[in-house]
Design a protein around this ligand. Structure first.
Ligand code: ZN
Length: 296
């Protein structure tokens, strides 16, 4: 046993503030899968909005992946958007089986007056409402507002699929306060001490494939092959966050009692990540295609 329960409890007390995202690779993967599925009209509208921010506008296309992590930079100078990146539905609610805990707005989504902003669910609703009303391309301020909403939606659809952005246990801030011993495929059994949130943000993806585009290719050829994408994209944001929470229950359950995450557990965590990244991409494409269908 690597760590006693007492030490584990102590480490949990050190839980820092919630971190903010898949790493850049995760967000790029989600947005690239979405871009593959954009209608021609939606793609043209995306280009108009994204190029409106670049002077001079490039001749070639601008990818969704290139702006997918923008919201994580933005929050550092706009703390009122801090809570937009997650919705921490607790796993440990007294008297309820973790698998049966569902999103509760009063418990999980801070009021609008919080200086750190509300939660992911309300932020998505607000930004999607902006995006769904066609931009006035003769009005630069209106175009800027829509370009910003697009960047938020691309990012937040990724965050809402990261299990540790949909859950926390014992107030650990989505695994930020859960120290684990990680031994990934590139480490030749050498263990690194890190936190569980970081494993999910970057290490599961980064240790398999440095090249995120190759990860996308892999998901397209394997996980997404033959799947009913209409079914994958059905449901509401609240449904998806509840599904994400269930994945978090699974993900936490894979951490062994001695807090190690070896290669066997990591391959199981990666299977969860594959499903979450792929479905988020499909859902994002649907949201963008629907929003831009009303544009001229
Ligand atoms: Zn984020």
């Amino acid at each position: 046993m690597r760590r006693s329960r007492t030490t584990q409890a102590f480490l949990l007390l050190l839980a820092p503030a919630q971190a903010f995202a898949w790493g850049e690779a995760g967000h790029s993967i989600v947005s690239e899968i979405a871009q593959h599925r954009l209608t021609g009209h939606a793609f043209v509208t995306v280009q108009k909005l994204l190029k409106s921010e670049l002077d001079p506008a490039p001749a070639g296309p601008v990818s969704l992946a290139s702006i997918a992590s923008w919201a994580d930079d933005y929050r550092s100078s706009h703390t009122e958007t801090t809570n937009w990146h997650f919705v921490d539905i607790p796993i440990d609610v007294k008297g309820i089986d973790p698998k049966d805990v569902r999103y509760d707005a009063a418990r999980d989504c801070p009021p609008e007056t919080s200086s750190s902003g509300t939660c992911l669910i309300k932020a998505v609703a607000t930004q999607l409402a902006i995006l769904s009303v066609p931009a006035d391309f003769n009005n630069p301020a209106d175009v800027a507002k829509h370009a910003m909403a697009l960047k938020f939606i691309v990012h937040l659809y990724g965050d809402m699929a990261q299990p540790l952005h949909c859950a926390e246990r014992e107030g650990d801030g989505g695994g930020n306060g859960l120290q684990v011993f990680y031994s990934g495929p590139k480490q030749n059994s050498v263990e690194t001490r890190t936190n569980f949130h970081k494993v999910w943000d970057s290490l599961i993806i980064g240790d398999v494939q440095w090249n995120w585009n190759a990860y996308v290719h892999d998901l397209e050829q394997k996980w997404l092959k033959g799947k009913d994408e209409t079914k994958l994209a059905s449901g509401s944001v609240i449904d998806w966050v509840n599904q994400c929470h269930l994945k978090a229950v699974e993900a936490y359950g894979l951490v062994s009692r001695d807090l190690t995450l070896g290669q066997q557990q990591l391959s199981q965590e990666k299977a969860i990540a594959d499903e979450q990244l792929a479905t988020a991409g499909v859902r994002l494409s649907k949201a963008l295609n629907e929003a831009f269908s009303a544009y001229p």
